[in-house]
Design a binder for this molecule. Structure first.
Ligand code: FE2
Length: 425
C-alpha cells in the first residue's frame, strides 16, 4: 500500500490542500516531533507549509489591477559568456557570491532566472556550491514523508532529486504545476540539467501572474468563490463489493473506507477525505482520496501579489487524456496505472465543465515557455509565481532539482514589499 500511495502521489506532483491553520500547526508539530523521536537520518529541514495568504476580498478587482500592470519580463536569461566568465568555475562561483542578493531579487521580481553556460553546475557538487553561494536555504522534497522521489546521485540523504527522467515516463507530458504536496510547498527551486535528452525534454515554465491576468473573469470568480479540490488517487480494488449480498454492501463499504483512510492518514501528514466513486472501463467501484478545498489564486508570500496557484493543467483527468491522444499513453512498468489518476473539482465537489477546462488549458498553454537546457544550465524559480512542467523526450535525460524553504534576505524583501504596499494604499 505504501508503495502504491507513494507512486500515485509522485506521479501527480502532489496536491492535497491545507486543512485549517490549527491542523497545519498540528502537522508541523507532529513532523518535528517525529524528527526528534526517530533517528535524525535526514539533516535537511522538511519542506515548509504552504502559505495560502489572506483571502482576496474582491477577486475581479484584483484581476483588473493585474491587467493594468506592465508585468516584468518573465524568466530573463543570464549567460556566463556575456559576463566573460565562461570556462572559469572559480570566477562563476565568485560571481554568484558577489551578486547573491541581486539575483534573488531578480528571481522574485521576474518569477524565474535562466542561467546559461555555467560550467560550475555541470556536476552535482558545483550545483550545490551554486545555490549555497547565493544563500538559498535547502529543504526536503515535499514528498519526503512517503520517500517517493529518487535522489540524483542515489544517496539516501541527498537534497538533490531526480526531475522525472524515467524511461517509462518519457512520453508523458508533465502538465504545468506548482510544487506542493499535502500541506507542504517549497518556496523556491533550482532545476539543473546534467544531461540533456537527445530530443525534446524541455523544461517548461509559466508565469502564474500572467495566467491569472489572462483567464476569463467569470471563470476566475467562480473558481475563487467555490474554491477547488483535488482527487489524487483512485484505488480500483473494490469491484468485489458488488458481488456481496445487498444488505452488507453498505457496511462493508463504510468499513473499507475507514481502513483505507486510516492507512493513508497515518502515512502522510495531512488529512484526506475518501469518497466512493465508479470508474474505469467497467465502472468498477473505487475509492478516491480528495483534498480539502483550497483557493486557485493566492497572494504571494513575500510580495503579496495575486498569482495562479492551481494544478489543473497537470491534475485534470480530461486534459491529461487529451494530451495522451497526442503523445501516447504513459508506459507503466509497475502496475500503478490504475491508481495513477488525479482530477480536479470545485471545492463543493461540483464538476468543472469541459469548456472551463479548455479555457484554463488554452491560457496555460499560451503562457508556457519551452526552455531547452544543456549541461550546466539552471532555472532558479519562485515556486509561487512560476509553474513548471516537462515536455516529452527521446533518449536519456538527467535533470535534477533542489527545493528551498526560503533564502537569506527574504525577510528584508518582505519588509520592503509591505512598506511599498502601505505607501501605495
Ligand atoms: Fe514538479
Amino acid at each position: 500500500m505504501d508503495r502504491l500511495i507513494a507512486l500515485s502521489l509522485l506521479s501527480t506532483a502532489g496536491a492535497f490542500a491545507p486543512a485549517g491553520v490549527h491542523q497545519q500547526q498540528h502537522a508541523q508539530l507532529s513532523s518535528s516531533s517525529l524528527l526528534v523521536a526517530s533517528t535524525p537520518v535526514v539533516q535537511t529541514p522538511p519542506s515548509p507549509l504552504t502559505e495560502w495568504g489572506s483571502k482576496i476580498s474582491n477577486i475581479r478587482v484584483a484581476q483588473e489591477e493585474m491587467r493594468k500592470q506592465d508585468l516584468p519580463e518573465f524568466g530573463p536569461e543570464i549567460s556566463a559568456t556575456d559576463l566573460g566568465i565562461a570556462g572559469d568555475k572559480a570566477a562563476q562561483l565568485a560571481y554568484f557570491k558577489e551578486n547573491a542578493m541581486e539575483l534573488k531579487q531578480k528571481m522574485l521580481d521576474h518569477g524565474a532566472i535562466i542561467f546559461r553556460g555555467f560550467d560550475l553546475m555541470k556536476e552535482q557538487d558545483g550545483f550545490q556550491q551554486f545555490y549555497n553561494a547565493i544563500e538559498m536555504k535547502i529543504c526536503q522534497d515535499p514528498l519526503q514523508s512517503v520517500s517517493a522521489r529518487p535522489t540524483a546521485d542515489g544517496k539516501k540523504d541527498s537534497p538533490v532529486y531526480e526531475a522525472v527522467n524515467k524511461e517509462s515516463r518519457k512520453n508523458f507530458f508533465i502538465g504545468m504545476h506548482n510544487e506542493f504536496v499535502g500541506t507542504r510547498a517549497p518556496r523556491a527551486a533550482a532545476f539543473v540539467c546534467f544531461k540533456a535528452a537527445e530530443e525534446g525534454g524541455e523544461f517548461l515554465i509559466a508565469d502564474g501572474r500572467r495566467i491569472f491576468r489572462d483567464l476569463d473573469s467569470d471563470l476566475v470568480d467562480e473558481l475563487y468563490d467555490r474554491s477547488i479540490r483535488y482527487s489524487v488517487m483512485e484505488l480500483p480494488f473494490f469491484g468485489w463489493i458488488d458481488n456481496l449480498p445487498d444488505p452488507i454492501q453498505g457496511p462493508v463499504m463504510t468499513g473499507m473506507k475507514g481502513v483505507v483512510s486510516a492507512a493513508i492518514n497515518a502515512k502522510v501528514d495531512f488529512d484526506v477525505d475518501m469518497l466512493w466513486g465508479e470508474g474505469g472501463y467497467d465502472n468498477t467501484r473505487m475509492l478516491q482520496a480528495r483534498s480539502p478545498g483550497q483557493p486557485a489564486i493566492v497572494n504571494h508570500p513575500v510580495t503579496g501579489e495575486p498569482t495562479w496557484f492551481c494544478n489543473v493543467h497537470s491534475h485534470s483527468s480530461k486534459l491529461r487524456k487529451d494530451r495522451e491522444s497526442v503523445y501516447g499513453a504513459e508506459r507503466f512498468e509497475d502496475g500503478a496505472s490504475q491508481i495513477n489518476k488525479s482530477d480536479m473539482y470545485f471545492g463543493d465537489d461540483g464538476i468543472i465543465t469541459d469548456e472551463q477546462l479548455k479555457q484554463m488549458d488554452d491560457v496555460t498553454v499560451k503562457n508556457i515557455r519551452y526552455v531547452k537546457m544543456t549541461e550546466g544550465d539552471v532555472v532558479l524559480l519562485d515556486n509561487y509565481k512560476c509553474m513548471h512542467g516537462r515536455n516529452v523526450f527521446e533518449g536519456t535525460r538527467k535533470h535534477a532539482v533542489a527545493w528551498f524553504e526560503g533564502w537569506e534576505g527574504e525577510n528584508e524583501m518582505k519588509k520592503v514589499s509591505s512598506s511599498l504596499e502601505s505607501v501605495s494604499a
